[in-house]
Write a protein that binds this ligand. Structure first.
Ligand code: DQA
Length: 148
């Protein structure tokens, strides 16, 4: 079984650290990758972090995960609220999926309150800042190790 966790990030998250820091903080995706890699390594797993501004690329990466990953942490960004196609792609993946949002989407505009991805996610984190990625990684390691 694969011991690799895919951490997928959607549009505008390449600008993490620069983009609306009052909402998303000052850490970058490189910081997220480093912190999640440490969490995973302690548990005998590895992470691969991806980011794309393009829906189809995210879908292709989910398909890649079918063969290369035991679990997925995904922050689909704004595609969370719009993308049936990403939901459908996640339905083709057999391992655990955790949805992670840096901000508390439920405290924000009404259009952020609905998530298509939540229909597939085994767990959802929102509003825990970038620490949410570390917690999600920790949980995915447990699920991949069969500790449900
Ligand atoms: C986000 C919340 C989304 O509503 C938004 O479009 C994002 C980031 C978050 O991490 O809080 O791009 O997913």
């Amino acid at each position: 079984m694969s011991k690799t966790i895919f951490i997928l990030n959607g549009p505008n998250l390449n600008l993490l650290g620069q983009r609306q820091p009052e909402i998303y903080g000052h850490d970058t995706l490189a910081d997220v990758e480093r912190n999640c890699a440490a969490v995973a390594a302690e548990r005998g797993f590895a992470v691969r972090l991806f980011q794309s501004n393009h829906e189809g690329v995210i879908i292709d990466t989910i398909h890649q995960a079918r063969h290369e990953a035991c679990g997925i942490v995904i922050n689909p960004g704004a595609f969370t609220h719009t993308s049936v196609a990403i939901l459908d792609a996640l339905h083709t993946f057999e391992g655990p999926v955790i949805e992670c949002h840096i901000s508390n989407v439920h405290k924000r505009e009404a259009f952020r309150h609905h998530s298509y991805v939540s229909l597939r996610a085994d767990g959802v984190l929102a509003g825990l800042g970038v620490e949410g990625y570390e917690l999600a990684t920790r949980r995915i390691c447990s699920l991949c190790a069969g500790k449900g």
